[in-house]
Design a protein around this ligand. Structure first.
Ligand code: ATP
Length: 519
């Protein structure tokens, strides 16, 4: 292995003449050397830069080299330490190796002896770096609270790593239960704001007339019930991260107040007259397609551009392959411990069903299913007969599955319902799902509808409508049923949201063509 040519050394040696001599030896090896005579000076240097090697005399005028070694181990564990010792302190030198020093050299030594130790230390550093780089390049199965080693999740982990230290606003999209809150927390904990607060605010669950005070706080007497001054989420998140969950549900009036806050960090409490300024990083999330909300006039375009700086898309569980079983196994272990049960694994048939199910409620639904099975059964293995009915009855929508309503899962996806949203109009798509159903070999709605049409043709000769129109009606019925939530409708139809958007574009064209023909 090649030793790198230039490396840095902090040499701590109280004798000026020996310091000069060792500096000369080290320079002949290609080192850039900084020489200090006192322990305190060494610690000051270490606060501003970390050398590749620390060559450290055990006996120093102001402190023991052993104390410095301990501090370096605790604060700068990547620094390789070589101890210099006199005959009388060999025991200490041996002790220092137990505490993490790489090697020790006994005084007096010549250039050759120092060269061998230095080269060995550099080789070891290179090996450690090589292994660390290799480990980083392997797929991760665990990352900051996430479980999953699918390619789709590796992309998410890499994006989080890249954006964690930035102050740029991150915008997480994904179906319900895909882990958007886990993602927001991961961004916070992976970045340099990790020691400051992470404040989450669910814009959908706070009553409209309270949300402004929840975000900005209020002064005493600002409204009935405001019996004291109260800090809002903005103040509490100072220095840290403010997570705006379900941000597309934010009231339009509040959106304009929020815009100014995002631009300047300045806000006023409800009922207050004084302006306050905070430093927060914004992370937002929604299970809607934000650009559609902008087009429909429900989300301000200027706010969208402020918040949607770094988009992160969380993949649906059904496109995450083996992650289903990784998660299932993790939840099984967790709920076993909680419930005092003895389940160890799943039968291969149960695994097949779990793997094949389309998980409209994503990880949250999987979590609920595993908990339910653990609570209701006692055995050492999860078998098919313990699986909930909806999993056993659910096949991937086949040629018979033409009515979206018949595909409604009983799973825990009700959180999205009842939002009072009306059916969406045919807003033009700009968002493309990276994990489209077609790429993952999911059944194609066009094909299913085509089969239905064939059946219809065989049994009826009246009321035949164009194939694309029939498909459009089916998809629109599903969207309406889901109160305008396209990702949820797509999940029920077992296609990707991007397929719906593509189709909407082509319907517009078909409608135009139809109008052209009739006029
Ligand atoms: N990759 C994952 N690994 C482990 N647990 C996960 C993962 N993704 C989600 N979860 C778990 O699933 C549950 C739902 O996650 P979370 O609340 O973050 O989803 P969400 O996308 O924010 O959902 P919603 O849009 O409904 O608010 C949580 O209990 C979370 O811990």
């Amino acid at each position: 292995m090649e030793i790198k040519h230039s490396f840095t050394v902090l040499l701590v040696e109280d004798s000026m003449s020996l310091g000069a001599l060792y500096t000369e030896y080290l320079r002949s090896e290609g080192a850039k050397v900084t020489h200090v005579n006192h322990g305190e000076d060494a610690l000051t240097e270490l606060m501003t830069w970390q050398p590749d090697l620390l060559v450290l005399d055990i006996k120093l005028p102001d402190m023991s080299g052993m104390d410095i070694l301990q501090k370096v181990q605790a604060q700068y564990p990547d620094t390789t330490v070589i101890m210099i010792t006199a005959h009388g302190t060999i025991d200490l030198a041996v002790e220092s190796m137990k505490s993490g020093a790489f090697d020790f050299i006994i005084k007096p030594f010549d250039a050759k002896r120092l060269s061998i130790t230095v080269r060995n230390a550099l080789k070891q550093r290179q090996l450690v770096n090589l292994v660390a780089n290799y480990e980083n390049s392997l797929p991760k199965a665990n990352y900051m609270g996430f479980i999953g080693e699918s390619l789709a999740m590796q992309t998410v982990y890499k994006t989080i790593d890249c954006v964690a230290n930035s102050k740029a606003s991150a915008f997480i999209i994904g179906e319900s239960g895909t882990g958007k809150e886990v993602c927001a927390q991961a961004i916070h904990h992976a970045g340099n704001r990790r020691d400051k607060p992470f404040i989450a605010l669910n814009c959908a669950s706070i009553p409209k007339d309270l949300i402004e005070s929840e975000i900005f706080g209020h002064t005493k007497g600002a409204f009935t019930g405001a019996i004291a001054n109260r800090d809002g989420a903005a103040t509490r998140a100072h220095g840290g991260t403010l997570f705006l969950d379900e941000v597309c549900e934010m009231d339009l009036e509040l959106q304009s107040k929020f815009l100014r806050f995002i631009q300047t960090g300045i806000f006023q409490r409800v009922g207050g007259t004084k302006e306050e300024k905070v430093d927060v990083r914004f992370v937002s999330a929604t299970n809607r397609i934000p650009w559609d909300e902008v087009k429909l006039g429900r989300f301000r375009e200027d706010l969208f551009y402020r918040l949607h700086v770094i988009p992160i898309e969380l993949p649906a569980l059904r496109v995450r392959g083996k992650d289903v079983m990784l998660l299932a196994q993790k939840f099984l272990k967790e709920y076993n411990a909680e419930e005092g049960k003895l389940f160890k694994s799943f039968t291969s048939d149960a695994k097949k069903i779990l793997q094949a199910y389309h998980w409209p409620g994503n990880v949250r639904q999987l979590q609920n299913v595993i908990r339910q099975m653990v609570v209701l059964n006692s055995s050492d293995v999860i078998d098919c007969d313990m699986l909930p009915r909806q999993l056993l009855e659910s096949k991937r929508p086949s040629t018979q599955s033409v009515t979206p309503i018949s595909l409604i899962p009983t799973a825990d996806i009700s959180r999205q319902e009842g939002s009072g949203r009306q059916n969406e109009s045919s807003a033009k798509p700009t968002h493309v799902n990276a994990f489209s159903g077609d790429e993952y070999g999911q059944s194609n709605v066009g094909e299913r509808i085509a089969n239905q049409e064939l059946d219809t043709l065989l049994t009826q000769s009246q009321d035949i409508i164009p194939l694309w129109l029939s498909e459009k009606q089916t998809i629109e019925a599903a969207i309406e049923h889901c109160n305008g939530n396209v990702p949820k409708a797509a999940a029920m139809l077992d296609i990707s949201a991007s397929t719906i958007y593509r189709k909407r574009q082509s319907w517009d064209e078909m409608e135009k063509e139809k109008e052209g023909v009739s006029s």
